[in-house]
Structures are given as structure tokens and as C-alpha cells.
Design a protein around this ligand. Structure first.
Ligand SMILES: CC(C)(COP(=O)(O)OP(=O)(O)OC[C@H]1O[C@@H](n2cnc3c(N)ncnc32)[C@H](O)[C@@H]1OP(=O)(O)O)[C@@H](O)C(=O)NCCC(=O)NCCS
Length: 334
């Protein structure tokens, strides 16, 4: 999934982030405070991105203004966590590049992660630890509603071959729900329907309301995708629990060129949420997801001129839609 807050986008790390990751992770004030050694080269950062930072629920914190990663945040559960004791518990970890400290950036990222953990992942309790002396991390945890649970006199720090005093904090679902800070001011969640399958019926109703195609038609496509019978998926943007943007992938968007397939269809963003790049992010997600499954290029039929170009689409040719007198514009994403 991907998340957007006022100043940040949280999205999975990519190998191409290595240089930006190294810029901040080489600083001895960052890693050692969290228990890991500073990165030693861009190559080292690339290796870490491809291993540790590729773990599930690990996200690059991207500064929206520059579109570049400035830190990392992640949730661990099961065996990969030292603190989570049960299945519905997670452990939160994070770091931020020094030039970005002291601007409330980590609390903003954490609030998004907490909402994701409690609402999407079904967590009931989130753990977070910090070592003695890490006052910044302690403050961040306090500001986000975590409470001190216990102090451990000697905690091994395996990556640095030393022992430290450690403080364990915890946030219960009930405390989070009543905390004033639970909801970030702007919080958008982007994901495929496979990541948020419980909204299938609401999603079909939403697409029907926007495009007039029967709900049953959307439900059929969505069921096939959720059951793994097709990789042609559905992608949504949620503001809280409200669907504010979406699109789908189908074989043919009701036109005469059956050879130009698959097609992105039903691209729609609520008027209240336009001009924020939501459509672009959804299009990129769908294209990337299809590419990762070996499906490329992708096509899209539209009457817009000059919009899809912004997001890397090229005009291909004019194509007549079923029952249309005037041809529409066929775009391709290679
Ligand atoms: C912990 C960390 C993520 C905080 O992120 P942040 O976005 O700066 O968080 P905040 O802006 O809310 O600042 C938190 C506290 O840091 C302190 N702080 C702020 N600016 C600072 C600066 N330039 N230098 C040192 N400390 C600073 C303040 O005490 C602040 O608390 P306050 O708001 O009550 O005054 C960041 O310091 C970091 O990456 N540290 C190294 C890695 C790490 O320790 N990770 C956590 C492991 S448990």
C-alpha cells in the first residue's frame, strides 16, 4: 500500500532509492541510536534496501516537496519482532535523516502507520522501544500516545555487539481511539482491492455511481481478481473510510481494437480531491503492479487531451468506442 499525509508519502522502498538512503543513513547520529551501524556506501544502502527494507510493511518516508526519501518507518510482527507477543500485535520502528529532525515529521508518519495497523492490519496493540538516552524517540512515542511499559537493564544490540538499557513503550487500540492525535489531518490510503478486500461491495457501488455500468459487472471483475483468476486488478484511494478515487484494469474498455489490451478503465477522482495527483498515483500503481506480473504495455481510451501525458502515457491512435460516432483517443504506457 501507499499512504499520503500533509507533507509525506509513505511507499515501499525501491533499489533506485539507494543514493538518497545513503545520504541520511551514513550519518552516525541516525543508525546507532536505533541499534544499527551507519551505512558505508551507496552499494551498502542498496543491499539493505533489497534485504531489510524490503520486509513487509516497511515504507520509505518521502518528502512530498522533493519527492525524495528522507527516512524509513515499518511495522514488524511475528518472529521478526522482539516485542510483539501475540499475533495481533506489531512493533513499530523508524528513522529520519538529520536535516529533517525537529519538524514533527516522524509523528506525522507514525500517525499514518498507526491508523493502517489498527484499521487495515487488525492490530490491537503496538509496541515501540528505544534505548537509554534516545530522548527524541521517547518524545515521539509520548506525543503519539505510547505509554511506558517496562525498562530492561541489559538488552543485546546484536548489530553493534553491545548491551544497552532499553525502554519498552506500548499503545493499546482503546487508547489510540480516544487520543486526540489519532487521525492525521490529511490521510490518504492507496492500494489494490487485494489489500483492502472488505471494501469490495462499497467499491462496486462507487464505480457504478460514477460510470453507470451495473454494479454486478464490477463485482464479477473484482471477484475474479480477488480469487486470483485474473491479474487485472482494481485500485482505490481512501480518505479515512471514504473512497475518493479509483480505477480498474479490464481486457477491453468497450472499443473496436480488441488487439490493444489490457485497458485501464473507470479512472475517477472525487471533485473534492482533485488537483492533488491522486489519479497519477493510482495509474502508476496499476502500471507497476501489472509490469511486475509481466503485463506491459497497458492501454487506455479517453477523450481527454494533455492529461495522461503528465503521467508517462503516449497518444497512440484514434479508436471508436462501441456505439460512439466520434472516435476517442487511445493512449499507451510502455
Ligand atoms: C527519533 C526521530 C525519528 C525523531 O523524529 P522527528 O521527526 O525529529 O521528531 P519530532 O520533530 O517530533 O522531535 C522529537 C523530539 O526530538 C527533539 N529534537 C527536535 N529537534 C531536534 C534536533 N534538531 N536535534 C536533536 N533533538 C531534536 C525534541 O526533544 C523533540 O521533542 P519536542 O517536540 O517535545 O520538543 C529522529 O530523531 C531519528 O531518526 N533519530 C535516530 C534514529 C532513531 O532513534 N530511531 C528510533 C529508534 S527507537
Amino acid at each position: 500500500m501507499e499512504f499520503e499525509t500533509e507533507r509525506l508519502v509513505l511507499r515501499p522502498w525501491k533499489a533506485t532509492d539507494a543514493e538518497d538512503c545513503f545520504r541520511y543513513a551514513k550519518d552516525p547520529r541516525v543508525g546507532p541510536a536505533a541499534g544499527w551501524p551507519p551505512h558505508t556506501s551507496v552499494e551498502d544502502s542498496r543491499r539493505i534496501i533489497e534485504t531489510i527494507l524490503s520486509a513487509p510493511e516497511t515504507y520509505a518516508i518521502v518528502w512530498k516537496e522533493s519527492c525524495l526519501p528522507v527516512g524509513s518507518i515499518g511495522l514488524k510482527s511475528g518472529k521478526s519482532s522482539h516485542l510483539a507477543e501475540r499475533e495481533n500485535e506489531c512493533e513499530l520502528g523508524f528513522w529520519l535523516g538529520v536535516p529533517y529532525w525537529g519538524r514533527g515529521i516522524m509523528p506525522e508518519a507514525i500517525r499514518a502507520m498507526l491508523l493502517h495497523a489498527f484499521s487495515d492490519l487488525g492490530a490491537n496493540r503496538i509496541w515501540c522501544g528505544h534505548y537509554e538516552g534516545n530522548i527524541q524517540s521517547r518524545r515521539v512515542q509520548e506525543k503519539c500516545g505510547f505509554r511506558h511499559r517496562r525498562t530492561e537493564e541489559t538488552v543485546p544490540v546484536p548489530q553493534l555487539h553491545e548491551m544497552r538499557r532499553g525502554h519498552v513503550f506500548c499503545l493499546e487500540r482503546e487508547d489510540w481511539q480516544t487520543a486526540e492525535t489519532a487521525m492525521p489531518q490529511l490521510f490518504l490510503r492507496y492500494g489494490s482491492l487485494r489489500e483492502t478486500p472488505t471494501i469490495k461491495v462499497a467499491a462496486a457501488a462507487w464505480f457504478h455511481a460514477k460510470w453507470g455500468v451495473p454494479e454486478a459487472a464490477y463485482l464479477d471483475c473484482m471477484d475474479a481478481y480477488l480469487a486470483g483468476r485474473t491479474e487485472y486488478g482494481w485500485y482505490l484511494c481512501l480518505d479515512g473510510d471514504r473512497i475518493v478515487g479509483g480505477l480498474g484494469v479490464i481486457e477491453n474498455d468497450f472499443h473496436e481494437r480488441k488487439d490493444l489490451t489490457p485497458n485501464i478503465c473507470a479512472v475517477y477522482v472525487e471533485e473534492s480531491h482533485r488537483r492533488r495527483g491522486i489519479a497519477g498515483r493510482l495509474l502508476a500503481m496499476a502500471v507497476e503492479d501489472l509490469r511486475s506480473k509481466g503485463i506491459s504495455p497497458v492501454y487506455l481510451l479517453t477523450d481527454h487531451t494533455g492529461f495522461y501525458e503528465r503521467y508517462g502515457w503516449e497518444f497512440l491512435c484514434l479508436v471508436r468506442g462501441e456505439g460512439e460516432k466520434k472516435p476517442s483517443r487511445m493512449y499507451i504506457h510502455r
